[in-house]
Ligand binder design. Structure first.
Ligand code: GLU
Length: 513
């Protein structure tokens, strides 16, 4: 199918109305929106663009081929899941810079190869469900999957056998014990697939009748597809070290075989070998973020559109990650950060914001529970800045009075908007708009996003809300307007914007009409 770029998009790009647009402007817009030149959707489009020389005219633009041009269209129409990706990335950079000061924790030392890793390395990679990507720091340095392979092993087992058969052999409850504890649940099964016993069980369920080389090759291919086509590496030294120091994993496998937890005819030695090999596969933060985005995207790789996992596989896996993915810190992490994540002793946390994006945060120093100290802090800061905690949308739900609500009928959106405005999270507001929600909404007390942004002094959010045409002087139940709030909290820039003074933007003034 050949689709063509619509002329209305060209007109939006041609800001000066000269009838031509510089190629560099279009490429710059793509880069700013987080689309990298190695994105397979852009390969043909970039070649076409560069082949045109410096300027593009409307006919040439119309002939840009699918799917690259549709990305340009979605940028122009602000339809991407993170519309202002540049600002979003800046916030991530700020969080990265602050978190980098944390030197707490120690690198894992149970095998020498992990103990020798440079502890100061720190990489953060993000990939949205639209395939917008940002990388900060050490995102191309390989590290081994270790425990972060567990969601992939579990998902592969689910794809092979289905939920019912997989859960004949593994439970779904947090264990309340350390990840490699020699313990099974009341019916003699591993507690869940995110601890060692459960992951060894998952390994036993993946193509058990094939030779080891075929099993490993199939699993590597799966990781390649889920990472957007980038083949992972393998660390042979770590594999041998893992195998030589694996008394506990051998003990777990023997215990599970003794109580009949495995499917009949399981060869535990082959199973363990497969598990050690999988733990020793190498990836990078960049590639793991794409894999995380595939989970966020319901099992479809954002850049290639390839479905790797069924929706129900992803749903099950994210549920397990949410309740059990962070070792003994899982409950606390679900409470404080509130997103599905999987941690590993190599210092990575793979985190998933369903329907928005995936992240990989890697820094080798870990705490006593096995989680990367910087990665945990980074994620805590991210949810304090953005609206990503699973239950952020419920903030102030008890205050709802449907009689007083303005245009929006979506309660979650209302409270997401109010929360985002109060934290200065302009990206979430833009996302709500992209999804068709109105920002002209209020809570039980008549407090609007504009009240909250004004009270907290977020001038950029105030400007943005006004540009969206929200009511300019709404009164809350105490009769206060956003300007009153700004005055009370002495936010000069907001006062200036809202009182129509010197700095009042045209947009604010128009919205005031
Ligand atoms: N290979 C490690 C083991 O099985 C995984 C450790 C981890 O990342 O939790 O003990």
């Amino acid at each position: 199918m050949t689709a063509h770029a619509p002329q209305s998009v060209f007109q939006a790009l041609d800001k000066t109305g000269t009838g031509v647009v510089p190629v560099q402007d279009i490429v710059g817009r793509l880069n700013l929106a987080g689309f990298k030149s190695d994105d397979p959707r852009l390969a043909g489009t970039l070649d076409q663009l560069y082949g045109l020389g410096d300027l593009v005219n409307p006919d040439e633009f119309e002939n840009l081929t699918y799917p690259g041009h549709s990305l340009i269209e979605r940028i122009v129409k602000e339809e991407l899941v993170i519309p202002q990706f540049g600002e979003f990335t800046e916030r991530f950079q700020e969080i990265y810079d602050v978190t980098a000061a944390n030197k707490g924790g120690r690198v894992a030392s149970y095998i020498p190869q992990l103990a020798r890793v440079d502890p100061d390395q720190f990489g953060v990679a993000v990939c949205t469900i639209d395939g917008q990507r940002a990388v900060i720091g050490d995102t191309d340095i390989p590290f081994t999957f270790q425990s972060s392979s567990k969601p992939f092993l579990y998902s592969a087992a689910l794809e092979n056998l289905g939920e019912e058969r997989v859960h004949r052999h593994v439970g779904r409850e947090p264990s309340g014990q350390t990840f490699n504890e020699l313990t099974l649940n009341k019916i003699g099964l591993p507690h869940n697939p995110m601890i060692n016993a459960g992951a060894i069980m998952s390994a036993s369920l993946i193509l058990p009748n094939l030779p080891m080389a075929e099993r490993f090759e199939a699993f590597t291919k799966l990781l390649t597809r889920i990472s957007g086509g980038r083949r992972p590496g393998f660390n042979n030294a770590i594999y041998h070290s893992e195998r030589e120091t694996a008394d506990r994993n051998f003990a777990l496998a023997h215990y599970m075989r003794e109580v009949g937890a495995f499917p009949e005819e399981t060869d535990i030695f082959k199973t363990l070998d497969f598990y050690f090999a999988v733990c020793s596969i190498e990836t990078t933060a960049r590639d793991m973020a794409t894999a995380a985005a595939t989970f966020a995207n319901g099992g479809v790789v954002p850049q290639t559109g390839t479905r790797v996992f069924r929706n129900d596989t992803v749903k099950n896996c994210l549920s397990m990650m949410y309740s059990c993915g962070m070792y003994d810190y899982s409950g606390e992490f679900a409470f404080r950060v509130g997103i599905p994540a999987k941690s590993s002793v190599s210092g990575v946390i793979m985190a998933v914001i369903p329907n928005v994006m995936g992240m990989a945060i890697w820094s080798p120093r870990i705490d006593e529970t096995g989680n990367s100290v910087r990665a945990v802090e980074f994620l805590e800061r991210v949810v304090a800045t953005f609206n990503f905690h699973n239950y952020d949308s419920l903030v102030e739900t008890r205050k709802i009075d449907p009689r007083r609500r303005r245009q929006t009928t979506d309660l979650n959106a209302t409270f997401s908007a109010i929360h985002a405005a109060s934290t200065g999270d302009i990206d979430s507001l833009q996302r709500l708009v992209a999804y068709g929600h109105s920002l002209d909404c209020e809570d039980y007390d008549g407090r609007t996003p504009l009240h909250l942004a004004a009270a907290e002094g977020h001038a950029n959010v105030v400007k943005y809300l006004c540009s969206q045409g929200v009511a300019y002087k709404p009164e809350d139940r105490w009769g206060n307007t956003p300007l009153d709030d700004a005055v009370r909290h002495e936010h000069a820039s907001v006062i200036e914007l809202l009182s129509g003074g010197e700095g009042c933007s045209d947009l604010c003034c128009q919205a005031a009409e």
